[in-house]
Design a protein around this ligand. Structure first.
Ligand SMILES: Nc1ncnc2c1ncn2[C@@H]1O[C@H](COP(=O)(O)OP(=O)(O)OP(=O)(O)O)[C@@H](O)[C@H]1O
Length: 299
C-alpha cells in the first residue's frame, strides 16, 4: 500500500489479492449531494480469506458495503465479482452470483421461529434467480431450503433453539441466527456488518472461532466491518482502513495495529487500546476501536 509502514510481505499480498477470485473494488467514489462519503477506494476481498474494513465513525464503511450489496450506485469506479461487473447490477443479481450480507442492526423476524428465519436466507438466494420461486417454491426447492437451513443451524450450534421464536433469544443467539441465515444462502462471499456488536468478550471470541471455521469448512470469503480489534486481529487475513472516505492504510492485522497512521486516525475518537509503551507491537488486548465513539464531523 501507499503507506510508508507497509513492508514487502504486505506489498506482495496486495498484488496477489487482486488476482484471486472474489470481490474487486476499483476507484469507488460515492457522494451524497456535495459530500464525498467514499473517495476513490480500491480494495479486494478474495474467496477463502477474511478481509477487514475498519475506520472511525463516519469513515465510509457502511457506504462501501451498501455499494457492494447494490443498495447504492457509485458516482465513479467499478465493483466486480469473479470478473463480472456488478457496479450497477441489482441486489438480486449480486445475491444470485453469490454475495450475501448481514446488517449492523440485527434484522430478524421476531415472530417467526429460528428455523423459519434461517430458511429465508436460502429463499432469498433462490429469489435472486426468480422472485416467483419465493412465492411458489417447487417441491425439490422446498426440500433444498429445509436441508440448507438445518445444515447452517447445525454449523452455528443453534439446532436446539430451532423451534423458538427469534424474538425470545439473547443477542448472542440472535447473532448466530443471523449468521446461519446468511450461511443457508450458500453465498460465496459474505459481507458482515459488525457481526459481533452487542456480544460480550467470550461470546465475541466464540463467534470469531466460528467464522474462522466457516471460512475453512465452506471455502467462502468474508468481508467484515468490525470495531472490535480482538476480532480483527484474531480473524482477518488482511485489513483496509478508511478515514473520511479515504483509504489510509492496508496490510496484515499486525501492521494495522502498529500503524502510526491508523493510530492518528483514531485519536480524538476513542482509546485505541494500543499501548503507548510499545508502539511497534500489536497490543496484548487490542480492545474496541470506536464502537461507542462519538460521530465526527466531516469537513
Ligand atoms: N444516506 C446518506 N445521506 C447523506 N449522507 C450519508 C448517508 N449515509 C452516510 N452518509 C454520510 O457518509 C459518511 C460515511 O458514512 P458511513 O455510514 O458509511 O460511515 P461508517 O464508517 O459506516 O460509520 P459508522 O462506523 O458510524 O457506522 C458519513 O459522513 C455519513 O454521515
Amino acid at each position: 500500500m501507499s503507506s510508508p509502514s507497509a513492508d514487502t510481505t504486505a506489498t506482495l499480498q496486495i498484488r496477489e489479492r487482486k488476482d484471486l477470485p472474489g470481490l474487486n473494488i476499483d476507484g469507488l467514489t460515492i457522494r451524497f449531494g456535495g459530500h464525498t462519503a467514499v473517495n476513490h477506494l480500491t480494495m479486494s476481498a478474495p474467496i477463502g480469506q477474511v478481509t477487514g474494513l475498519i475506520g472511525p465513525n463516519g469513515a465510509g464503511k457502511s457506504t462501501t458495503f451498501n455499494a457492494c450489496s447494490g443498495s447504492l450506485t457509485p458516482a465513479e469506479g467499478s465493483i466486480t465479482f469473479d470478473g463480472v461487473d456488478l457496479t450497477k447490477a441489482p441486489e438480486s443479481k449480486r445475491a444470485h452470483l453469490g454475495i450475501g450480507r448481514t446488517f449492523q442492526r440485527i434484522e430478524l423476524f421476531d415472530s417467526l421461529t429460528v428455523r423459519e428465519n434461517v430458511q429465508l436466507g436460502r429463499e432469498a438466494r433462490l429469489a435472486g434467480t426468480s422472485p416467483i420461486t419465493q412465492l411458489l417454491p417447487r417441491k425439490g426447492e422446498r426440500a433444498m431450503v429445509a436441508e440448507a437451513a438445518e445444515r447452517a443451524m447445525e454449523q452455528c450450534g443453534i439446532l436446539d433453539v430451532a423451534g423458538a421464536r427469534a424474538g425470545r433469544l439473547s443477542t448472542g443467539q440472535r447473532r448466530l441466527v443471523e449468521l446461519a441465515r446468511a450461511l443457508a444462502g450458500d453465498f460465496r462471499l459474505l459481507l458482515l456488518d459488525e457481526p459481533s456488536s452487542g456480544l460480550d468478550h467470550s461470546e465475541s471470541d466464540a463467534f470469531t472461532a466460528l467464522l474462522r471455521q466457516v471460512v475453512a469448512e465452506n471455502g467462502i470469503g468474508i468481508l467484515i466491518v468490525e470495531h472490535d480489534m480482538n476480532v480483527i486481529s484474531g480473524l482477518c487475513d488482511y485489513a483496509y482502513v478508511l478515514d473520511f472516505g479515504q483509504l489510509i492504510f492496508e496490510g496484515l492485522p499486525r501492521e494495522v495495529l502498529s500503524s502510526e497512521i491508523v493510530r492518528k486516525a483514531y485519536l480524538g475518537t476513542e482509546d485505541l487500546g494500543i499501548s503507548d509503551a510499545d508502539e511497534t507491537d500489536p497490543p496484548a488486548d487490542p480492545g474496541n476501536l470506536n464502537g461507542t465513539g462519538p460521530h465526527r464531523d466531516h469537513a
